[in-house]
Design a binder for this molecule. Structure first.
Ligand code: HEC
Ligand code: HEC
Length: 261
C-alpha cells in the first residue's frame, strides 16, 4: 500500500525515468527539485524512524553531515542499497531511481556550503553567548557540558539550522543529549542528559553538570523526555537583532585553534 503510494508520488512528480542501472555515473537526479520532493516522501516513510524527521539522527547517524565529512553520492547510494552489516541499518531492495531520489533529497539537506551570514555583530554575539549560553556549551574548552561543544558548529550546521536550534531546541534533540528524569525509591528526582544507558544502569550529567551513575534497581522510574534541556530562546528572551549577532558569532566557530568537537 505504502509502496503503491510512493510509486504514485514518483510518477506524479515525473521522475520515473531515466532508470540508471547502477551506482556508477553519478546521481541522475542531482539537484532536481522534483526528485528531492519525492526523495523527501520516501525518506519520511523508510528512514525517518531511525535517522530522525530532519535527518539529524535519533538512534542512527546524522545524515545532514555526510557530504561535509567527505563522502560522495555513489557511496551514499551504496550504503543505502547494501545497508551496514552488523548494525540496525537495513539493506534496501528499492529500485535505483527511488534510492537516487533519496540521495538527492539528503544532499539538498546537507550542510556543505560555507556559513553565509552577512548581518550581525560578532563581538556583541560573543557577549550574548557568554551571558546566556556558555554555562551549557563549550567553545574551545571553555564552558559547560550539558549541551554539545560548539567549537566547530559553523562547519557542520547551516545558519537556518542554528537559528532553529536556538528558537525551538525541542524540535530536534541530539541523541547524546536527550533529557531524562530519574526518580529514586525515596522520591528524589534528578534531571539531566543521558550519557549512557544499558539494561542495568544509567549515567547522566545532571542539570548542575555533575556526572552521576545509577543502578536501575535503585530507581523507581526513568522518565525519558521529548523536550530538550535547552530552554527556548523565543523573541521575548532574545530579540531578532540579538539573534543575528549571536548567529554571526557562531558563524566564526569553525574549530580553528581547537580540534575538539
Ligand atoms: C532500523 C533503523 C534504520 C533505518 C530504517 C535506516 N537506517 Fe540508515 N543507519 C542506521 C544505523 C544504526 C546506521 C549506523 C550503522 C553503523 O555504521 O554502525 C545507519 C547508517 C546509515 C548511513 C551511513 C552513515 C554514515 O555516517 O556513514 C546512511 C547513508 C544511511 N544510514 C542512510 C539511510 C537511509 C537513506 C535510510 C532509508 C532508506 C536508512 N538509512 C534507514 C539505522 C537505520
Ligand atoms: C540549560 C543548558 C543550555 C543553555 C542555557 C543553552 N543550551 Fe544550547 N543546547 C543544550 C542542550 C542540552 C542541547 C542538545 C539537545 C538539543 O539538541 O536540543 C543544545 C543544543 C544546542 C544547539 C544544537 C547543536 C547541534 O549540534 O546541532 C545549538 C546551536 C545551541 N544549543 C546553541 C545555544 C545558544 C546559542 C544558547 C544561548 C542563547 C544556548 N544554546 C543555551 C543546552 C543548553
Amino acid at each position: 500500500m505504502v509502496r503503491m503510494l510512493l510509486t504514485r508520488v514518483l510518477i506524479v512528480l515525473g521522475i520515473s525515468m531515466p532508470l540508471p542501472v547502477s551506482a556508477q555515473g553519478g546521481n541522475p537526479y542531482d539537484a532536481d527539485p522534483a526528485a528531492r520532493r519525492a526523495g523527501a516522501a520516501l525518506y519520511a516513510t523508510r528512514c525517518a524512524d531511525c535517522h530522525g524527521a530532519d535527518a539529524k539522527g535519533i538512534g542512527a547517524p546524522d545524515l545532514t553531515l555526510l557530504w561535509a565529512s567527505g563522502t560522495d553520492d555513489e557511496r551514499v547510494f551504496r550504503t543505502i542499497q547494501r545497508g551496514v552489516s552488523g548494525s540496525n541499518m537495513p539493506s534496501s531492495s528499492a529500485p535505483d531511481n527511488e534510492i537516487w531520489a533519496i540521495v538527492a533529497y539528503l544532499k539538498g539537506l546537507s550542510t556543505v556550503s560555507p556559513f553565509e551570514n552577512e548581518i550581525g555583530d560578532p563581538e556583541r554575539g560573543q557577549k550574548l553567548f557568554s551571558s546566556m549560553c556558555v554555562r551549557c556549551h563549550r567553545v574551545n574548552t571553555q564552558g559547560g557540558i550539558l549541551g554539545p561543544d560548539l567549537s566547530r558548529i559553523a562547519r557542520v550546521r547551516s545558519r537556518n539550522m542554528l537559528m532553529r536550534s536556538i528558537r525551538e531546541p525541542s524540535a530536534s534533540v541530539a541523541v547524546r543529549y536527550r533529557a531524562v528524569t530519574l526518580v529514586t525509591h525515596d522520591d528524589r528526582r534528578i534531571r539531566g542528559a543521558i550519557k549512557s544507558e544499558d539494561a542495568f544502569s544509567i549515567q547522566i550529567a545532571d542539570t548542575r553538570e555533575r556526572l552521576q551513575g545509577y543502578r536501575k534497581a535503585d530507581l523507581r522510574e526513568v522518565i525519558h523526555e521529548e523536550r530538550s534541556l535547552m530552554p527556548e530562546f523565543g523573541p521575548d528572551r532574545l530579540r531578532d537583532s540579538d539573534l543575528d549577532d549571536l548567529l554571526k558569532y557562531l558563524g566564526t566557530l569553525t574549530g580553528v585553534g581547537s580540534n575538539r568537537r
